[in-house]
Ligand binder design. Structure first.
Ligand code: AKG
Ligand code: FE2
Length: 430
């Protein structure tokens, strides 16, 4: 056979485009993704901007988007295309797997936070341990010094609220970028043209789930019944990231008159609920944290769905305050390393309860009443708190928000760091 004949034969093979076995298997896996990953009803595919969602977009939100230059002419919300949604664990793990140089803005802020607090007309601590409302300031107008001081205040108080805000999605994103690398979510519904801004819109999901429209792979915090994950239980955002979430900023631009509050619980105070002996036991422990979404193992795709697993310290030090905080949540912390599975379950359940059942370390925020033309912002620190929507409105009335999450440092535990009560000179529980 001459050289030309060989090339011709090979070419013929290429041109026939007969898929290899691997390619066939891959095609089956992709087409049967929902079956293999076990997507729930809320885990559906959706492609691009949704003309149906646009029809129920609240007036206040539409006005904010139009004034803020968001192009919703093709529909709303934007639903990431199927080919952007990772199927395999290694694909999901490859997202943001680099070491990104995080700058802690709160670290060098004036501890008295004068530039921020003196400019406010009122500063209201909503409870002793967590939650502060700032009155009379616009987030969009803060200078760098004030933003740094705000980062410190959020780190100290867990969550900070601003009512009556004029804030475009772009301004919200810019503030998030100042606080860290903004997470771009490959699954969640988004603001068109702004992959860093996700949409929080329960009534839309409710409508979607009740409709006969077949969307696939669009996800809204679904978990299996076992661990009950959804936005409706206490949780922390994005703990499965290598450098998990620092500040999340949720801006509600459509607020129900009644219902749909949000609650936060303090991780510093949860830690300080523990006895000194138990703190010592927990201090250098590490735990496994899992992702909300499930994926397939490329080497064993038919072995069932798997979640991303990351190991983080169970007690972590906040880089701005230097205080220790209990870093667990029922939805995503699955086991403590170095103890038996039975021990791990018992300890974790107790720690979840400490966070969830002590009302004295929590704040419940009523976003309303809504004021046409304005929105309300909550900025919380996921490193030192948990939060949950209080879903009493059951998605039956309009409630719409945009959310930007800034990722933070690689979590660490500094054995020299004090607890909050120690740092503030308060008596410690024994
Ligand atoms: O809608 C809410 O109140 C909170 C939703 C939530 O968990 C989040 O934005 O991370
Ligand atoms: Fe959340």
């Amino acid at each position: 056979m001459s050289q030309t004949e060989t090339t011709a034969t090979l070419k013929l093979k290429d041109d026939s485009q007969e898929p290899s076995l691997d390619q066939t298997v891959e095609r089956i896996i992709r087409s049967q993704k929902n079956l293999l990953i076990g997507s729930s009803k809320s885990d559906r595919v959706a492609l691009g901007p949704d003309p149906e969602g646009f029809k129920i977009l609240p007036k206040n939100t539409r006005k904010r988007f139009e004034e803020g230059g968001v192009d919703i002419s093709k529909g709303y919300p934007y639903r990431p295309e199927q080919d952007k949604i990772p199927i395999y664990l290694d694909e999901a793990l490859a997202i943001r797997n680099d070491d990104y140089p995080y700058i802690e803005r709160g670290k060098n802020a004036d501890p008295e936070k004068k530039a921020l607090l003196d400019a406010a007309t009122e500063v209201i601590d909503l409870t002793k341990h967590i939650g502060t409302e700032i009155v009379g300031l616009q987030l969009a107008e803060l200078n760098e010094k004030q933003k740094d001081e705000l980062a410190l205040l959020i780190a100290e108080r867990g969550v900070v609220f601003f009512r009556k805000q004029k804030l475009s999605p772009k301004q919200q994103l810019e503030l998030g970028e100042y606080y860290g690398r903004v997470e771009e979510h490959p699954q969640q519904i988004q603001v068109p043209g702004f992959p860093g801004i996700t949409t929080i819109w329960a009534d839309y999901y409710k409508k979607l789930l009740n409709s006969n429209i077949t969307f696939k792979n669009l996800s809204y915090g679904g978990w299996d019944a076992q661990r009950h994950f959804s936005f409706q239980t206490f949780h922390t955002d994005l703990v499965h990231e290598k450098q998990p979430a620092g500040i999340t900023h949720l801006h509600l631009d459509e607020i129900p008159d009644v219902g749909g509050d949000t609650a936060w619980s303090s991780g510093y105070a949860a830690y300080d609920k523990l006895s000194e002996e138990f703190k010592k036991f927990l201090d250098d422990k590490k735990a496994v944290f899992v992702s909300a979404h499930k994926y397939l193992d490329r080497n064993d795709p038919f072995a069932g769905p798997k979640r991303i697993e990351r190991v983080h310290p169970l007690v972590r030090t906040h880089p701005a305050t230097g205080w220790k905080s209990l870093f667990v949540n029922r939805a995503m912390t699955t086991r403590i390393l170095g103890v038996s599975p039975v021990e791990s379950d018992i300890i974790l359940n107790y720690l979840f309860d400490v966070y969830e059942k002590n009302a004295d370390i929590q704040v419940r925020f009523k976003w309303g009443p809504s004021e046409p033309g304005y929105g309300v912002s909550a900025l919380w620190d996921n490193r030192i708190s948990q939060h949950t929507i209080i879903y009493d409105h059951e998605g039956t009335v309009p409630r719409h928000g945009t959310r930007v999450t800034s990722l933070a440092e690689l979590p660490y535990f500094d054995p020299e760091s004090p607890s909050q009560r120690e740092a503030l000179g308060l008596p410690l529980d024994e």
